[in-house]
Design a binder for this molecule. Structure first.
Ligand SMILES: Cc1cc2nc3c(=O)[nH]c(=O)nc-3n(C[C@H](O)[C@H](O)[C@H](O)COP(=O)(O)OP(=O)(O)OC[C@H]3O[C@@H](n4cnc5c(N)ncnc54)[C@H](O)[C@@H]3O)c2cc1C
Length: 431
């Protein structure tokens, strides 16, 4: 085969929502696609909090990338961590070698930011990966176990206090789920403690929770959280997070479990591409999602700063990543077929949603604001269903639904003998 005959090589970094959609849009295109991901599975992040609060198991929300593309013969999957990009030579450098590209699609997503206080990570894990979710779940379940073994009421109260920092959708979902875990799911499982005594404190630096939603919905969400027994504190900045207390707004709150849900950042792109990035590391892209000055490189999903309307950017949500991935895939497919390039990318907003506990949610969709059970049904049935990017979505959705409704016990296991040792090691000694 001569260089002229060679099919264009498309390299996609990341098999999240954006990367999957791009690869699928290239299904029938005369191109060869290589997906590079540092993990071997696609993770459905919107349901991570349910793994963290023991409603679902990790395998319920992750699928091997290879199996997703087993029938799409123009896709090769490389399990490797990308280390750098040589944009001159058009080569991606990764842990297991180099991959040459004609077009590069970067969809590496975001990670959590501790606003320069990275040492807080040890005492307040964030929620981005499966290991984060299982670690949060372990900490939450272990706190109840330790409380059961405590004799001193103060120690018990500290073990049963959970602080969630950041009241965006993830923080709100976590707070609501932990409250339901304590007040409903575990309510009859302990003998020396009453899980109902658990305090769940949601801290927010801004003036209200869910600041991206209209004020009326924020207020409704706050009311629902309070009904679930969550203490909501707004306008409070966290100053210190230790393994047995949190200091916020000058007050010391004894708490053995803290969870971080406050900020995101995009890693590496400035260094990899040598281009400008914004405050959180996103790459501002052109209307066709290419990087200015690098026509063979597109950035999509959480990693891209895409202008939307009224001076706002496209939000960092799964539907946006999917739409951008599909657009770039189609644009490259058109180019490979010698067809006219599609019109510039236009984001279609599918609404903003957040769940509060097991059967309440808020939805903002244009002029429509919904809250309560109807909104929850909408979230469960429509939002989540249409985000599923794997085969047989109906079975996936049904399995989630039954695990959720019947509160799968398997997801509440704390596995390994180390769990028991850890409980013993952490129980405060009798005074
Ligand atoms: C807890 C949580 C809840 C959320 N809830 C919702 C919700 O309810 N609704 C909603 O619309 N959105 C939600 N989101 C946001 C949504 O998940 C993201 O907007 C979406 O995942 C972004 O897609 P992406 O393709 O840009 O990145 P991701 O889906 O994050 O995928 C990035 C991929 O890149 C890979 N990668 C990263 N770095 C490298 C590297 N160096 N080398 C190789 N591979 C790499 C990762 O392994 C990953 O597979 C939530 C996010 C979180 C964390």
């Amino acid at each position: 085969m001569t260089e002229i005959d060679r099919r264009p090589r498309i390299v996609i970094i990341g098999a999240g929502f954006g990367g999957l959609a791009a690869a699928k849009a290239l299904k029938n295109a005369p191109v060869d696609v290589e997906i590079i991901d540092k993990r071997n599975y696609h993770l459905f992040q919107p349901l991570l909090y349910q793994v963290a609060t023991a409603d679902l198991s990790p395998a319920d929300i992750a699928w091997p990338i290879r199996s997703i593309f087993s029938k799409q013969k123009n896709v090769t999957v490389t399990l490797s961590k990308v280390l750098d990009i040589d944009t001159e030579r058009q080569v991606v450098l990764h842990e297991n070698g180099e991959s040459t590209y004609d077009h590069l699609i970067i969809a590496n997503g975001s990670s959590h930011s501790y606003f320069g206080k990275d040492h807080w990570a040890a005492n307040a894990p964030g929620l981005k990966r499966i290991v984060d979710a299982t670690e949060v779940r372990r900490r939450v379940l272990m706190a109840f176990e330790r409380a059961e073994l405590c004799e001193d009421p103060e120690d018990q109260a500290r073990e049963l206090t959970f602080v969630i920092v950041g009241a965006g959708p993830t923080g709100v979902e976590l707070a609501g789920s932990i409250a339901e875990l304590a007040h409903v799911t575990l309510s009859e499982d302990f003998r020396r403690i009453d899980p109902d005594d658990a305090r769940i404190i949601l801290m927010e630096g801004g003036p209200r929770i869910l600041s991206a939603f209209p004020e009326v919905l924020s207020a409704k969400a706050e009311e629902s959280l309070r009904k679930l027994g969550v203490e909501v504190r707004t306008g409070v900045m966290v100053e210190q997070i230790e393994d047995d207390h949190v200091v916020a707004g000058g007050e010391t709150i004894p708490a053995s479990t803290a969870i971080w849900a406050a900020g995101v950042k995009i890693e590496n792109l400035k260094q990899w591409l040598g281009c400008e990035t914004d405050r959180i590391g996103r790459v501002p892209v052109q209307p066709d999602l290419r990087v200015p000055g690098l026509p063979s490189v597109s950035v999509i999903g959480d990693a891209a700063k895409v202008a939307w309307k009224d001076g706002m950017d496209v939000p960092g949500v799964a539907p946006a990543a999917k739409q951008e991935g599909k657009y770039v895939g189609r644009r490259i497919a058109a180019e490979a077929r010698g067809e006219k390039a599609p019109a510039p990318f236009r984001y279609r907003h599918m609404g903003s949603l957040a769940t509060i506990g097991r059967n309440s949610a808020i939805i903002s969709f244009g002029k429509i604001n919904l809250s309560g059970f109807v909104a929850w049904l909408f979230w469960g049935l429509i939002h989540i269903y249409f985000l599923i990017g794997v085969k047989r979505p109906i079975f996936v959705a049904m399995s989630w639904f039954s695990n959720y409704v019947f509160r799968s016990k398997g997801s509440r296991l704390i596995t390994g003998m180390e769990a028991l040792r850890a409980v013993r090691a952490h129980v405060p000694k009798r005074r």
